[in-house]
Design a protein around this ligand. Structure first.
Ligand code: MRU
Length: 343
């Protein structure tokens, strides 16, 4: 299963809104379809969004009227994709990287530019696959044998081009015989934990226990988990980490119960331009995602809703950040500066 892939010049992705009921793949040559898929969470998870956007740029530049100058096609495509979701920095890192590449291609023929952009997108995809593998290896080394892990949302293969981030740690540790069970928070309101993480774990043959988000405190107090591992959508320079709403309370609980709290993310999720979590833009979702469940209204018409899609875990609640370039430990500011300096 590949959440996002490039097949014969088309973006192929699994429509995650249909899981686990249906495993449907979509192939498209249209950047508009890619943008809608990101907005609607058909493609979701920070690294997968980045990879899809990279190929989206190729499709956008290729798909518009050839009478439109290439630079205009490029700028319009980047603007369309940049407006899809604001929090996952991987989207913007990828778009900036392609902008830099595009600027270096000034004077080359349109055909040459399109080939170069496609190659760059494929490089981004391959780098993500490699990052997932390395995160898995480095993270698994931190876990003792017989460990049970709690995770939130979905930071698995569905959220990346490769094996995932937090769940790559889990699957790698599972292959090493270390994992007893995975506790998956259902992750209100869109149920990425129930629908996606459980699906991935069942498929991988890993014992998975689904809990409602509010059960996490009891699970920790009853000593059922020995580590929390989550992904991230954006990590500020000081280590403050944005992830799916409901991650921050887990970190508070983990501190209270002396459970290590790990964030697993590729270095592309580190944001050099954002000093602290306070500056991370937090997406707000449509109220209907909270007032309705599977299309059925579960709250009265007229109720006001607050629906941030992400929260920020302060760096001092994080035990370590597992990246593809090493395991970062506090003080995270220095560790992140060092790792970004290696870019
Ligand atoms: O709204 P989503 O489903 O895109 O949110 C995804 C998450 O919060 C993930 O934990 C994060 O992107 C890391 S994925 C490797």
């Amino acid at each position: 299963m590949k959440a996002v892939d490039w097949v014969d010049g088309k973006l192929r992705f699994i429509d995650q809104t249909l899981l686990p009921a249906e495993e449907r793949y979509v192939e498209t040559e249209h950047v508009g379809v890619v943008a809608e898929a990101i907005r609607a969470l058909r493609i979701r998870g920070a690294p997968a969004i980045g990879v899809a956007a990279a190929f989206g740029v190729v499709l956008g530049v290729r798909g518009m009227e050839v009478s439109t100058p290439l630079s205009v096609r490029f700028t319009k495509t980047v603007a369309l994709l940049a407006a899809t979701r604001p929090t996952a920095v991987n989207l913007f890192t990828v778009l900036e990287r392609l902008q830099t590449r595009f600027a270096m291609l000034t004077g080359r023929s349109d055909a040459d530019v399109m080939i170069a952009l496609e190659r760059e997108a494929q490089a981004i995809q391959q780098e993500d696959i490699r990052a997932c593998r390395l995160i898995g290896e480095l993270g698994a080394a931190l876990l003792p044998t017989g460990v049970s892990v709690l995770t939130h949302c979905n930071a698995g293969a569905l959220a990346t081009a490769g094996d995932g981030t937090a769940l790559s740690v889990v699957t790698t540790a599972h292959r090493q015989g270390k994992i007893k069970s995975v506790f998956a928070d259902e992750t209100r309101p869109l149920l990425q934990g129930a629908r996606l993480t459980s699906w991935e774990m069942v498929k991988a043959g890993i014992d998975v226990v689904l809990i409602t988000d509010s059960t996490a405190a009891s699970v920790m107090r009853e000593d059922r988990v020995q580590a929390v591992i989550v992904g991230a959508d954006r990590i500020a320079r000081n280590g403050d980490s944005a992830n799916k709403i409901g991650t921050y309370p887990l970190a508070v609980l983990a501190q209270r119960h002396h459970v290590p709290f790990y964030v697993a993310a590729p270095v592309t999720t580190l944001d050099p331009h954002t000093p602290t979590g306070r500056e991370i833009p937090i997406e707000e979702r449509d109220p209907s995602e909270v007032t309705h469940f599977a299309g059925i209204r579960i709250a009265p018409a007229g109720v006001r809703v607050y629906a941030p899609a992400f929260d920020v875990t302060p760096h001092d609640l994080i035990t370590a950040i597992i990246t593809d370039r090493g395991v970062l430990r506090p003080p995270f500011g220095d560790a992140i500066t060092d790792v970004l300096g290696q870019r």
